[in-house]
Design a binder for this molecule. Structure first.
Ligand SMILES: [Zn+2]
Length: 298
């Protein structure tokens, strides 16, 4: 299988124009769709199911969106159209997930995609100084997140707190995620009653719901922070979760079928009721897919 990033020197170079949050969201969704198709093709080749005569997949390469200057002595203009706050997990590389280049995205990566004060400083800088190009802020969680898993395990067995509690930096990460874990546990209890904790798949269900709620909660905080700046420059805040098994970004978990829904983001929640609705939706999803009733593997 050939994947070719192609630069055509005969094509005119022009700065990408992204006019609205909707344009930005659409570009990211289309980029993710391309990444999903690359991953699917790779899997087909690995499984020996691919047509070896297929045409190569050609992705246009534009030096300007890469931030590479074409004129000596003049730096390329800093012009990202979206800011993405994602996790540091090496399996969740932001630019690849959205098939965008370096100067398209202002990327902040921190374990568990939590919002610390330094992150906020970077975001505030981007929103105020790059307002001409920046249209969208995305909080991107991912499945199988180690930071959220640590928070879930600590919630389920608080006696393990000593391992994390002795390290201030790790503790502060887990503490920030814990509110999403508690909200997820509450949503599961509301739907299944107090005995839901004895379900064989309770830990897996709690983890999945927490990953989505944690991304939504960070987006909720970010929206409020941007509003407190006085002028949010019309930038919208959304959240999504990157599924490291299917490579797809979604605001709600999907099934395992290839064509199971398009890539999508969810709007940052506005009020507490939005969390309750999201929690209830996520519980319905883990119940529908049998996660709650499935015994853990191993
Ligand atoms: Zn992670």
């Amino acid at each position: 299988m050939d994947l070719i990033y192609r630069f055509d020197p005969y094509q005119p170079l022009s700065a990408r124009k992204v006019e609205s949050p909707n344009d930005a969201s659409q570009l990211l969704s289309e980029g993710n769709k391309l990444f999903v198709s690359i991953a699917d093709r790779l899997r087909e080749h690995f499984q020996g199911m691919a047509d070896h005569r297929e045409a190569p997949l050609i992705v246009p390469f534009d030096p300007m969106t890469f931030g590479i200057s074409m004129v000596e002595g003049i730096a390329a203009k800093h012009s990202p159209f979206a800011l993405v706050l994602g996790c540091s997990d090496a399996r969740a590389p932001i630019e690849l997930i959205f098939q965008q280049t370096c100067n398209d995205l202002f990327v902040i990566r921190v374990a568990g995609n939590v919002l610390g004060v330094e992150c906020l400083g970077s975001i505030e800088y981007a929103v105020t100084q790059l307002a001409e190009s920046l249209k969208l802020v995305v909080v991107l969680g991912h499945t199988n997140c180690g930071a959220v898993t640590a928070a879930v395990d600590l919630y389920l067995d608080p006696n393990d707190y000593a391992d994390l509690g002795l390290t201030h930096s790790l503790r502060s990460l887990v503490d920030r995620i814990m509110i999403a874990v508690r909200g997820s546990a509450k949503a599961l209890e509301r739907a299944g009653g107090p005995t839901v904790v004895h379900s064989p798949g309770y830990r897996a269900a709690l983890l999945e719901i927490s990953i989505y709620l944690n991304a939504a909660l960070t987006a909720f905080d970010l929206r409020r922070e941007l509003q407190s700046l006085g002028d949010d420059h019309g930038i919208e805040v959304v959240y999504g979760v990157f599924d490291i098994m299917t490579q797809r970004v979604r605001s709600r978990p999907g099934g395992i079928a290839k064509d199971d829904g398009a890539s999508s983001f969810g709007s940052a929640p506005i009020e507490v009721d939005d969390f309750e609705r999201l929690g209830a939706d996520l519980v319905r999803s883990v119940v529908a897919r049998g996660i709650l009733f499935r015994a853990p593997i191993g």
